[in-house]
Design a protein around this ligand. Structure first.
Ligand code: NAP
Length: 293
């Protein structure tokens, strides 16, 4: 069994980005600038945004955090998005999800200029991704593809099962893996909560991407010998072992699944750090105006 070290690969990518930033600055370019909009005080969202801001500082980006209280109106949030769209100094920005229930998430995401949508959630970027056109690819699936590439895990011709069909992880993941590209060409089955006899699919899979948000869902008897297992799940569960009072649990019952795998990602330290590296990559692309000149 080989452990896929997402933390290490993410740091390597961040070092490459930092070098490129230095190069840009030496050519008189301004610092790439990522802004993040955070609504409310959800512990998970706070942690994710803080890691993104910290990573920006490390690679030499400028970062801005805009906070709104939980009760912010949809109009006020849309106004913030419009301001960021117009701000020439901001290269890209994200609105941290989930948003409170009284706000129409889709409306907010669609109000972001596609050229600044470094999370890759805007329909224009999703559509361009499907059509194989230059775009910002959603950070988590993009990070997973990069991990597979770095570990030289063959996807071409392989049977791949993606569990979970969300717009931000499962669906784009299934599209990327099925594409006629170097890190695609897999035969993909996209499973979800209505899938019957999930195990009959997963036990056939060479590669399983678990993105459902159900702690330790994937058990050893659902995995064939030698499979590659990528665990996207990050559910906060109460814990007396940590100072914070919780720990992150993946969607894979790691201890029993890992011995059967050729490669597996841990939680934490697998997919999570790659999501951040991908967001930084997208922001650098935005700063260089490579996708939308
Ligand atoms: P989501 O929007 O809640 O979607 C979950 C998906 O899983 C849905 O498509 C759902 O099916 C499916 N599902 C739920 N229970 C199932 C079951 N028993 N069998 C088969 N499919 C089932 O979640 P998400 O936003 O994609 O996130 C998934 C997990 O990844 C969460 O733990 C999240 O925290 C984590 N995540 C991690 C990162 C990272 O950077 N590491 C980034 C994003 C998300 P239906 O469509 O039929 O409801």
């Amino acid at each position: 069994m080989n452990l896929i070290d997402g933390k290490k690969i993410s740091l390597e990518i961040q070092e490459e980005i930092a070098k490129e930033v230095k190069d840009l600055l030496s050519k008189g370019h301004k610092k790439p600038h990522l802004a993040a909009v955070l609504v409310g005080n959800d512990g998970g969202s706070e942690t994710y945004v803080a890691s993104k801001i910290k990573a920006c500082e490390k690679v030499g980006f400028k970062s801005t955090l805009i906070r709104h209280p939980e009760y912010v109106t949809e109009e006020k949030l849309l106004q913030t998005v419009r301001q960021l769209n117009e701000d020439k100094d901001v290269d890209g920005f994200i609105v941290q999800l989930p948003l409170p229930r009284h706000i129409n998430e889709q409306k907010v995401l669609e109000s972001i200029l596609p050229s600044k949508d470094v999370d890759g959630f805007h329909p224009i970027n999703v559509g361009r991704m499907v059509l194989n056109l230059p775009c910002y690819v959603s950070a988590t699936p993009y990070g997973i593809v990069q991990l597979l590439g770095k570990y030289k895990i063959e996807t071409s011709g392989k049977r791949c099962v993606v569990i979970g069909r969300s717009h931000i992880v499962g669906s784009p993941m299934s599209i990327l893996l099925a594409k006629n590209t170097a890190l695609g060409n897999a035969t993909v089955t996209l499973c979800h909560s209505k899938t019957e006899d999930l195990k009959s699919h997963t036990t056939q899979a060479d590669i399983i991407i678990c993105a459902l948000g159900s702690p330790e869902f994937l058990k050893a008897d659902m995995v064939k010998e030698g499979a590659v297992v990528i665990d996207v799940g990050t559910t906060r569960v109460a814990s007396t072992e940590t100072k914070s009072g919780f720990k992150l649990k993946g969607d894979v019952k790691f201890d029993e699944v890992a011995p059967k795998c050729s490669y597996i990602t841990p939680v934490p330290g697998g997919v999570g750090p790659m999501t951040i590296a991908s967001l930084l990559k997208n922001t650098l692309l935005a700063a260089k105006k490579e996708i939308y000149p």
